[in-house]
Structures are given as C-alpha cells and as structure tokens.
Design a protein around this ligand. Structure first.
Ligand code: ADP
Length: 341
C-alpha cells in the first residue's frame, strides 16, 4: 500500500510550476523543487506566514464554504504579480495544495493596454478640443466673415490632419501586429530609397535642408514595399524634423559580408547633423508615444513613428540601430540581406 504522504509528495513534485503540499495537522509545508528555488530554504508553514499569508484563515474559508476543490487566491506581491492558490484535496481533509501562479505577464499586458488607451485619448484630446472650439466660434454669425474664416479654417484643417495622422499611425501599428500583413518580395534598394527621398524632398526644401544620397548600392533586397517605404520615410522625415534649417540629411548604404554564413548584407544609414538625442533617452525613443521632451517642443508628431519603424524592420528580419550625439546629430541604420535580382 502506498504511503499517502509520499504519494502526495510525488504529486507535488510532478505538478508543473511552483507548488507545495501543506499538511494542516502537522503544520508542515512540503515544497517541490521549484518552490524551493523561488523561496530558498523558506518552506515551513511559519515561513509562509512571513509572506503575510494567513494560511489558517484560507484553510478555514475553504472548510466553511464546504468546498472540497475550491481555490482561494491571494496576490503575493506587486512587483512580479504572483498569486497564491490554495486547493483542498477531496478525501484528504487535512491536506491542501498550495500553488504559486505567476501572472506577471498578464498583468503587464493589461497595464500596457491601459497605458496605450490613455495615451491615444490624450493625443486626440488636444486637437479635438481645438477643432471643437473653433467650430463653435464659427457658429456665431459675427465670426462668419472672410477674415475670420481665413484665420480659423487652416487651424481646423491642421488639427484634423493631426488626428488623421495619428489614426493612420495607429492603423499601421495594428496592421504590423499581424505578421501576415508583410509580404517579402525582391525589391531594388535604389528605387525604394529614391521613392522615399522624393516623397520627403519637399519638407527638406521647406527648411532649406540638403537631402543627399552620397552612395547607394545597386542591390536587391527582400522587402515589403509598403513597410519599407514607411521605415525610410519615417526616418528621413524625423531627420528633417529634428535638424535645424540649412542642415544636412544623408541617406547612404554600404555592403558587407556576414562571416557567419558568407551572406552579403547591405546597411542603410539615415544620418543628420541635427540636434541629436540625449544618451539616456536613446533606448526609450522606440517606445510607443515616447518623445524627447526637449526636442519635441514645437515639432509635430505622435511619438509612434519609431515604434512603427522598429516593428516593421523586425518583421523584415532586421533591427534598427542608433548612434547619436546631442547637438551634433544622429545616425539611424539597419541591415538587410541582399538577394540575387
Ligand atoms: P515623433 O512623432 O515625435 O517624431 P517618433 O517615434 O518618430 O515620434 O520619434 C520619437 C522621438 O525621438 C521624437 O519625438 C524625437 O524626440 C526623437 N527623434 C527621432 N528621430 C530623431 C532625430 N533624427 N534627431 C533627433 N531626435 C529624434
């Protein structure tokens, strides 16, 4: 006949995750290996009390509610959001299983969702308030004169544009979240870059910025054209936006051989001599809605551009890199494998 205690111990050991067997009568907690790894030597019931878990109370609750296999949950800490689950064992009223369930990931996802919605609402609120204010003013016939209309309509249009851009960025991010949105096909690197440069040229001219291409390799890369254009345009637009008038923005490439697999690669640089990015903020600028406070004053943007760049490149099997010196300029670059045309 199997010794029930050793049987229960074996079960505790076999349960995936962090679990322990609690014996009410002997006031003992028998931990499995993962429990010991998490709590160290802390495996006795009184140690569990140190975690401010009133096991007795939890046990009584189960008994009072006449539950045989119910669970009572108690969050353990806020940092890593772990939940302690106590489960009674049918036919063994003096034994309980104690599980530790890690819910950190679910918690972080929920927090990211909350932050995301708060950020979107915040970004929409300002332009919406402006449009609403001006439309209300214009309903008053005293303001329905050509002078006022000339003054107000461009402001309404600009703010509508801002909301529209935000919605486009959000839709892009959502589209990129499904990997099937990307279709990699052979593309000429030169034509992709030329297309992006001609789309952004007008903004460079407005600030008298020289937008040049000192060297572009004539190679073929596997890319999704829509996403590739988005990456290039976002990076060039940023270089123009965050560079002073009369500055310089360069798009250039260089070839390399990846020694690990003898594969030819091409690195695409978008370099400017603008205001640069403070070292401690260089990681953060790729987060959604993050904008360098000092740089963003007076410059329009949603803070989503680089998050889109990072995501799109990831789907294309690449990643974005940055070298930047405040007051000197920034160099954003990424590498793609080349293929035969
Ligand atoms: P935004 O819509 O604000 O331009 P991005 O995600 O494209 O959003 O960029 C995030 C932040 O990174 C910008 O607000 C800006 O502070 C900084 N940044 C991006 N590109 C450059 C650059 N080329 N030079 C300096 N700062 C930059």
């Amino acid at each position: 006949m199997i010794n029930p205690l050793s049987f229960a111990c074996q079960v505790a050991e076999g349960v995936p995750g962090c679990s322990a067997l609690y014996l009410a009568t002997s006031d003992l907690l028998i931990p499995n290996q993962r429990w010991q790894n998490t709590f160290g030597t802390m495996s006795r019931l009184r140690d569990l009390q140190r975690l401010e878990i009133d096991v007795e109370e939890l046990r009584n609750n189960i008994l009072e509610q006449d539950k045989t296999d119910g669970e009572i949950m108690k969050p353990l800490d806020n940092e890593s959001v772990r939940v302690l689950v106590i489960t009674s064992i049918p036919d063994l009223p003096h034994m309980f299983f104690v599980f530790l369930r890690d819910e950190t990931e679910a918690y972080q996802l929920a927090r990211m969702r909350r932050d995301f919605i708060a950020n979107v609402s915040h970004e929409l609120r300002t332009p919406l308030a402006v449009v609403r204010g001006y439309v209300e003013t214009l309903r008053d016939h005293r303001f329905q004169t050509p002078e006022y209309l000339n003054e107000f309509l461009p402001i309404i249009q600009e703010n509508t544009e801002r909301m529209n851009n935000l919605v486009i960025d959000l839709l892009d991010l959502t589209r990129l979240e499904s990997a099937s949105a990307i279709k990699l096909i052979p593309r000429s690197l030169e034509s992709e870059i030329l297309e992006a440069v001609s789309a952004t040229q007008i903004h460079a001219e407005e600030k008298n910025i020289k937008l040049s291409m000192p060297h572009i390799d004539r190679v073929t890369v596997m890319a999704d054209s829509t996403s590739f254009q988005r990456v290039l345009i976002n990076l060039i637009e940023n270089a123009i936006k965050y560079t002073h008038a009369d500055g310089l923005v360069e798009v250039f490439t260089h070839l390399d051989i990846d020694v690990r697999d003898d594969q030819q690669t091409v690195t695409i640089h978008i370099r400017d001599n603008g205001q640069g990015i403070p070292t401690d903020e260089q990681e953060r600028i790729f987060e959604r809605f993050y904008r360098v406070r000092k740089a963003a004053t007076g410059v329009r943007g949603s803070g989503l551009g680089l998050a889109i760049v990072k995501h799109a490149l990831h789907l294309m099997g690449s990643e974005i890199h940055l070298e930047s010196t405040p007051e000197k300029g920034s160099d954003f670059y990424f590498t793609l494998k080349t293929v035969k045309p």
